[in-house]
Design a protein around this ligand. Structure first.
Ligand SMILES: C[S@@+](CC[C@H](N)C(=O)[O-])C[C@H]1O[C@@H](n2cnc3c(N)ncnc32)[C@H](O)[C@@H]1O
Length: 229
């Protein structure tokens, strides 16, 4: 199974019509996803016109797809408050601050029963979890822009949401660097970490208590989740 299969299963189970992907890079994921209204946001698309045309024939969802070449902050700043999505995939800049902002902004434009999927929530080692101090530093940590295995400190966004958003249910599938799933509703469990405590946490803290901090779920849990959405 690939990341796109998980996303597509969620789209299909929900009969979702609207899909937003934040951070699409070369479009490896986005161009294959099937949904009636797809939107992509990335300040730096790295696929050619030819690839887009080729994929328009291979996947008709791409005919009406909207592509915005800008940061997610700029994209959301220009959005009408009434614009809504069923499924959002957050995979842009891999910092705690930006991924949290992307989730909060997505929640403001998410349908009531919508699903936010976050990539890179469970970094496999210290090197992949190195926090970026700036956008420039992020580019140095992740020179290829995509798929290099750099997860940054996105995991802190999961901990933040589980500590401070009691209106959300949050868990992470133990698959593909950790796929975080955020939905509205009663959570099965919460954390109690203050913002200061979270700021001070390091990869070693994650490593010691990963299952609990991330509410990490085996991939078998996906079927149960799909059956309930
Ligand atoms: C890991 S790649 C995305 C991979 C893609 N989702 C996939 O599954 O194939 C991360 C992308 O985030 C983009 N990015 C970086 N900063 C961003 C921002 N502020 N807003 C939106 N996208 C951003 C980068 O340009 C890069 O293409």
């Amino acid at each position: 199974m690939k990341r796109r299969d998980v996303i597509q299963k969620i789209i299909d189970a929900k009969k979702a019509r609207t899909y937003l992907e934040i951070g699409i890079g070369g479009g490896k994921n986005f161009l294959r996803i099937r949904a009636s209204k797809k939107t992509a946001v990335d300040p730096n698309f790295t696929f050619s016109r030819r690839r887009r045309i080729e994929w328009t024939f291979r996947n008709l969802s791409n005919v009406r797809a909207k592509l915005y070449e800008c940061t997610s902050d700029r994209y959301f700043a220009l959005k009408k408050p009434t614009d809504r999505f069923d499924v959002v995939f957050v995979d842009g800049l891999h910092t705690y601050e930006q991924s949290l902002r992307d989730v909060i902004n997505s929640l403001n434009h998410l349908n009531k029963t919508g699903v936010i999927i976050m990539h890179d929530c469970s970094p496999p080692d210290k090197a992949s979890a190195q926090p970026a101090e700036s956008v420039k530093h992020a580019a140095e940590l992740n020179p290829s822009g995509c798929s290099s295995g750099w997860c940054g400190d996105v995991w802190k966004t999961i901990c933040y949401l589980r500590s401070h958003r009691k209106d959300l249910n949050v868990f992470v599938l133990d698959f593909d660097y950790g796929m975080g799933i955020v939905t509205r509703g009663q959570a099965e469990s919460y954390l109690d970490l203050s913002k200061d405590e979270l700021d001070k946490m390091t990869y070693d803290d994650l490593e010691k208590d990963r299952n609990n901090l991330l509410n990490l779920k085996d991939m078998r849990y996906l079927s149960e989740f799909l059956g309930n959405i």
